[in-house]
Write a protein that binds this ligand. Structure first.
Ligand SMILES: N[C@@H](CCC(=O)N[C@@H](CS)C(=O)NCC(=O)O)C(=O)O
Length: 306
């Protein structure tokens, strides 16, 4: 189990000196939620790497400035990042101490960690140099974007369900079809293959893309229960990932346990301590929306079989 220091930043920094990286360490910066920070934190736990889990806290709806982002914005352009954003990664660990790496953008961060440290756990390096994993990771990122727009951009339950059907289901169908065609994460009775990394490992080891997808699928199922009902392969992939010992360690860690899925301003999965009227922690998917997603999966299988 890695040694992780949680550093919650609740207030704007003001004139105080601002630190980005710290010599000899890995620092991850993100909001005080799961969101895009969680796959990065998960990968660090999986790799058993010590790190500083720096988490910026968004203001609440009833604060003087509602939903203030100032804890982050006050340092955003003072950390020495080329393209300031959250999540960020400062890696000054081991060989990187001489020339620290400072990155934003989730996928490059995940790839950097898999490429640099993957060999600590696997000769296959978490699929770090596998173009199929890169290809799938981009689709996972698109699914994440579609989910974020549904969570943050909706004003009603119907808008969330519409966004699920129109923007999330097509990406999930694509991933489900990939799993189905390559026998990824089949039924529990199958001993293998189990993960997306079929091309390199036969699916016996998770790639960085698997960990990213597992965390996202779990977030979807938490915010919109029923999200995976039409997708048996994705549901099984989620279970396969969550049952890994290193992932279980992460789930019960301070970097994951108790964290809200989304920031306080979100319509679903909000971290607000008392959501304003209309906002909700969870939104169960209606049966007819699940049935339509099941039809989309059947259609896709038909097309492939023909
Ligand atoms: N393309 C970026 C998206 C990053 C992003 O949208 N970050 C959001 C949180 S999920 C944010 O609040 N960024 C801080 C900012 O825009 O200043 C990535 O892959 O990491």
């Amino acid at each position: 189990m890695p040694n992780v220091r949680v550093d919650r930043v609740e207030k704007p920094l003001g004139d105080r000196t601002c630190v980005g990286g710290e010599p000899g360490t890995i620092v991850v910066g993100y909001w005080d939620i799961r969101g895009l920070g969680s796959p990065v934190r998960l990968l660090l736990y999986y790799l058993d790497l010590d790190f500083v889990d720096r988490r910026y806290v968004q203001g609440d709806y009833d604060d003087e400035v509602p939903f203030s982002r100032d804890a982050w914005l006050s340092v955003k352009h003072r950390l020495g990042l080329d393209l300031p954003n959250l999540p960020y990664l400062f890696d000054a660990y081991g060989e990187n101490a001489a020339r620290p790496v400072a990155l934003t953008e989730t996928l490059p961060i995940l790839r950097h960690l898999a490429r640099t440290y993957g060999k600590l756990v696997s000769p296959y390096a978490l699929g770090a140099f596998d173009p199929y994993m890169d290809m799938l990771a981009n689709v996972v990122m698109e699914l994440n974007g579609a989910a974020s727009r549904a969570f943050y951009g909706s004003q009603s339950a119907d808008q969330v369900f519409y966004a699920y059907t129109e923007t999330m289901v097509p990406k999930m169908v694509a991933l489900e079809s990939y799993c189905w065609r390559h026998h990824v994460a089949a039924t529990p009775k199958d001993t293998n293959p189990r993960f997306l990394s079929v091309q390199e490992t036969g699916g016996t080891e998770p790639s960085y893309t698997d960990l990213f997808l597992v965390e996202l699928l779990d977030l979807l199922e938490t915010c919109i229960p029923g999200s995976l009902d039409a997708f048996p392969y994705l549901a099984q992939l989620r279970q396969n990932g969550l049952s890994l010992e290193r992932v279980r360690t992460f789930l019960s860690s301070p970097s994951r346990a108790g964290l809200a899925c989304n920031n306080k301003v979100a319509f679903v999965g909000s971290a607000s301590r008392m959501p304003p009227p209309g906002k909700m922690k969870q939104l169960r998917l209606p049966a007819e929306v699940i049935a339509a997603a099941k039809d989309a999966v059947i259609l896709s299988k038909d097309r492939i079989e023909r």
